[in-house]
Design a protein around this ligand. Structure first.
Ligand code: NI
Length: 170
């Protein structure tokens, strides 16, 4: 087990489009273990492989209060999304300290392989539906701040770059 470094916006590698996982093998199972450990350590509710610089279609999620219900989605595809949408505040481990409103479908259905390589279809609503859509955007190289206005996005970019410079100086 190992904590993995998380890429932070505006790192250009966050805009890489992930490729499908070819086989749920020992390498992928080890990656899942490390990604879950990294997500729990960072107090996040979701983490996409893109964020740890692995460009394959894999995300881990846990939206439970108890932090004991890990969900693994490999090669996820949204098979249905409600026309009903809602704006909710989102944050991201790759954009620490920033929260802003994004419009998402309130309910979705998603088909994916689980950590054992079994195909499953899942219906999700509320925070879980939002989280799945957010993480699947990462696999397409999209960070949630790209839904915001250019003005807001530039302000966030400047803030993140300054925070990085301050860290490097220490
Ligand atoms: Ni994120």
């Amino acid at each position: 087990m190992a904590l993995l470094p998380i890429l932070t916006y505006p790192d250009p590698r966050l805009h890489t489009v992930a490729k499908p996982v070819q086989a749920v093998d020992a390498r992928i199972r080890a990656l899942i273990t490390d990604m879950l450990e990294t997500m729990y350590d960072a107090d996040g509710i979701g983490l996409a492989a893109t964020q740890v610089n692995v460009h394959e279609r894999l995300v881990v999620i846990d939206t439970s209060q108890e932090r004991n219900q890990p969900l693994v989605l490999i090669n996820p595809e949204i098979t249905w999304a409600s026309e009903e949408k809602q704006v909710g505040d989102e944050g991201c481990l790759s954009v620490p300290g920033i929260y802003d409103g994004v419009e998402r479908s309130t309910s979705i259905k998603v088909r994916a392989l689980d950590g054992d390589g079994q195909s499953r279809e899942l219906a999700a609503e509320g925070m879980l539906a939002v989280c799945i859509q957010h993480e699947m955007d990462h696999l397409m190289g999209k960070v949630f701040v790209e839904y915001l206005s250019p003005l807001k996005r530039n302000r966030i970019k400047t803030k993140m770059l300054k925070a990085r410079r301050d860290t490097e100086r220490v």
